[in-house]
Design a protein around this ligand. Sequence first.
Ligand SMILES: [Zn+2]
Length: 111
Amino acid sequence: MKNIEDVEKEVQEKLRKKLMNAVREKNPKFSNEYINTIFETTSYQDIIDEYEIDTMRVCSHCGKLMDEGYCIESGIDYYCSDECLHANMTEEEYLDLYNDGKGDSYYTEWY
Ligand SMILES: [Zn+2]
């Protein structure tokens, strides 16, 4: 049986590849080598900003890549999990912002 850390690692590996593919799609002339260099020297957030990748976010709490999770106040913060959300606000505070779906904070998937 796989333990939770291995599963986490696999998810992050998959998301890293997804981000690499997104960068490649936007920049078809980049060689694999060049893309590898970018990923070795640049933070995920900077990559997402620089190459205008709108399908992924970085968790404001733990720094992990995510393609689904919490968007807080239209993107002031992003959280990948309940743990990261609740490290920064209580469920009540979140529900206040969520406001029955009328607020600018919600759980979503980015495509
Ligand atoms: Zn997180």
